[in-house]
Design a protein around this ligand. Structure first.
Ligand SMILES: [Zn+2]
Length: 462
């Protein structure tokens, strides 16, 4: 499996996997019972996903495949144990009890907990630190917590949970477009809700939360701007180890999602750069991300972090300069590219989308472009009339000409204007050809989300 295929983070799988099961109301049951149910849910989900993987060759399935990989625990540094999964969960052992960092996806959490307890002991952990509110990082919190563990999260954690919960139906439909094996409607497992967690300690951006347990020093730093406004990382100063949560996304190094095209809240670009500078100043020798494998080597980590920081700053500064010079967002999307020394994988975040994100972060909804932007009647409202006015044959020839001239974006625009016309076989095949052209072009950059979207558009034609 390719590493980049692991990017189904951010709750996509969580939504899927809790949706494949319907269980009775468990609200009144205690942690032990939750544990049993979670374990059963996990096994059922693995069986379900194994079936999906075996029966299909459909797109996005590498993501579903992930859930079927067996969970294992490894001691990645002295006294630091990593349980693998869609989201990793870590346990740090001390002579006065353990500290948990991230609690994984709810249906994997039970197995992760069982294995981590073999490594650090059966007692309730003293602290549970949550890197952010996405479902693949907080799932097992209520399974670990018997009421005495101190839950530590960012001061924005509850607000991020709130909006993700309120907008779940909207987010579900968007995710389902990109990951078509997700069930049609979101369902939940009553009693296994991973939302509504209330932290005991809220970490703000300016002041790290420091504590010592069993002689081991811990520092929790607020690092907003990456996968949400509520990101925190855990720094172990004596070991020079950073538990980075989801700050760098599913791969390191890579160009980040400034705003994700899945449509979550805005992320502040300069806040992200500031957070990166704060992490750089710690000078980690080892990084333990909550997805995939540890990264070792202070020089390499610092070099790659600086590259990510400088790439985001570069794209930001070029976008701002272009805005001030009066260029449109579209002009800047096509002209701003990373210089060779800052080149990074764009499989997760795409530079042209970052330009658009930064532009819209500052300028918001009115582009000062077309007057019609001010009103609720969209171009779609007149497409049927446009089709009647157009010489369909000439328009079709023009689409062909654009494709022959290697201008698929223009071909796509004209095809979108022809949507009000009767769907002919010629129009359908031109649309397929245009989408395939865009997909082939997209492969050179390899942005997973662009590919998933184009695939979903192609499937609509079948
Ligand atoms: Zn994640």
């Amino acid at each position: 499996m390719q590493r980049k295929n692991l990017l189904i983070t951010l709750g996509v799988l969580a939504i899927v996997l809790v949706a494949v099961l319907v269980l009775p109301n468990l609200d009144s049951l205690e942690s032990k019972a939750r544990q049993t149910i979670a374990s059963a849910a996990g096994k059922a989900a693995v069986a379900n996903m194994s079936g999906v993987v075996a029966e299909n060759n459909a797109r996005g399935l590498a993501a579903a495949e992930l859930i079927t990989l067996p969970i294992s625990v490894a001691e990645v540094a002295p006294g630091i144990f990593k349980a693998s999964g869609v989201g990793n969960s870590f346990a740090i052992k001390t002579s006065e009890g353990s500290v948990i960092f991230d609690t994984g996806l709810i249906i994997q959490a039970s197995e992760q907990i069982a294995q981590l307890k073999e490594a650090v002991g059966d007692e309730e952990p003293k602290k549970i630190i949550l890197s952010h509110s996405h479902a693949d990082h907080v799932g097992g919190t209520r399974l670990w917590d018997q009421g005495n563990a101190e839950i530590i999260a960012h001061e924005e954690f509850e607000e991020e949970q709130r909006y993700l919960t309120e907008l779940n139906p909207y987010l579900h439909q968007r995710n389902r477009t990109l990951f078509p094996w997700i069930p049609e409607t979101p369902r939940t497992l009553p009693g296994m809700d991973f939302r509504g967690l209330v932290p005991d300690v809220r970490v703000d951006n300016d002041k790290p939360y420091r504590f010592t347990l069993g002689g081991r020093r811990f520092e929790v730093h607020g690092t907003p701007g990456a996968e949400g406004a509520d990101n925190i990382v855990l720094w172990l100063p004596d070991d020079k180890i950073l538990l980075s949560g989801d700050f760098f996304g599913p791969q390191f190094p890579q160009f980040p999602n400034v705003f994700t095209m899945r449509g979550e809240k805005v992320r502040k670009p300069i806040e992200y750069v500031d957070s990166l500078n704060r992490i750089l100043a710690l000078e980690p020798e080892m990084m333990l991300p909550s997805h995939l494998d540890p990264v070792v080597g202070g020089d390499k980590i610092a070099r790659d972090m600086r590259k990510i920081r400088d790439a985001v700053q570069y794209v930001h500064d070029e976008t701002v300069a272009g805005m001030n010079a009066g260029f449109s967002v579209e002009a800047l999307m096509s002209s701003i590219t990373l210089p060779p020394d800052l080149s990074l994988s764009q499989s997760h975040g795409k530079v042209s989308w970052a330009v658009k994100s930064i532009w819209e972060y500052y300028a918001t909804w009115f582009h000062f472009d077309r007057t019609s932007e001010l009103y609720p009647t969209s171009q779609r409202a007149i497409l049927a009339d446009v089709a009647n006015l157009m010489d369909l044959e000439a328009a079709t020839l023009q689409v062909r000409a654009y494709l022959d001239a290697a201008e698929p974006e223009k071909a796509l625009l004209l095809l979108e204007l022809l949507e009000g016309a009767r769907a002919t076989e010629t129009l359908r095949s031109l649309r397929a050809e245009t989408l395939l052209y865009l997909k082939e072009r997209a492969e050179s950059i390899g942005n997973d989300y662009e590919m998933y979207w184009l695939d979903s558009e192609l499937e609509k034609l079948q």
